[in-house]
Design a protein around this ligand. Sequence first.
Ligand code: F6P
Length: 358
Amino acid sequence: MNTGGGDAPGLNAVIRAAVLSALKEGWRVFGIENGYGGLLADEPGEVVPLDREDVRGITHRGGTILGTSNRGNPFAWPTTGPDGSTVDIDRSDEILEAFREHELDALIAIGGDGSLQIACDLARKGLPVVGVPKTIDNDLEATSLTFGFLTAVETATDAIDKLHSTAESHRRVMVVEVMGRHAGWIALFSGLAGTADVILLPEIPYDIELVAEKILERERRGRTFSMVCVAEGATPIDGEAVTKAVPRGTGSQTRLGGVGEVIAQQLAERTGKEARSLVLGHLQRGGTPIAYDRVISLRFGAAAVRCVARGDFGSMVSLDPPEVRAVPLTEALASRKQVPVDGDAVATARALGVSFGD
Ligand code: F6P
């Protein structure tokens, strides 16, 4: 098994359940370190045997004991060209070859949309794969939840609760930027739970003038502070999502991020109030998974082993309450699961007076 893409609370619980279930079948289990890197001799990481004692006491631990990577796509592996530039090359055949050399019979690939797309492409090349959906963004179709999402929501809600103290005491506008990529699930759920006054989502383009008007309207009612929860992928009606360059080696890569600061600046100018922003960033991916995420993770790990036992390959385990089922990977990857703008959660927020800036 391997873990790919960004870490998420619950990865270790999946690993533990999969290892213990597989050992019970009488199988030997191996972990591929650092995504697919452990299968390639010139990359850090190895293929390591996983036994009962290797997964002892890890259910509650954040991160992944196998390590992960969001740069290890075997179909577009970044290598350094002769002139020092980065060139992506296809190393998928090497992965299949290494898989055979290690005498592995099946792969449980735990990851988000990127990692599961890789798993799907490897399945097309004949690798027997079962996917396990992971991402704090909760943006995968065909599963009602991904593990890690609810823990991220808990972290973001806690932050919004704490920021209320300063917002209220200093009569400020506080803008909290949360993760989620191009889906607004974390912003919507934590904004609702933390009683934000404004929630900005990628799914609902915002007009900054309407956001400012909401804050001024609160001011007129004697509410001298406001809390804005913005998804990193939120976009204004007349513009694009905000991105920034983050350092990687001597170069950089582009990531979503920075919209919170832009909004704080714009709101300060339009309302005359003091406005501050906070980016929660990777705090949302770390720490102890909450109990429900642990339970989903353990169920996913055990279900993935049942899929392997049945020979149900090219599939992904999925939560379809109250059951965990298997769905074809192609179905799971067909589209991104975004917040339905006419759905109940958005309607609830609107009924409570939350502004989406529209
Ligand atoms: O997909 C999970 C996620 O945390 C997103 O919410 C975020 O945009 C992205 O990963 C950040 O990735 P990285 O850690 O590579 O900057």
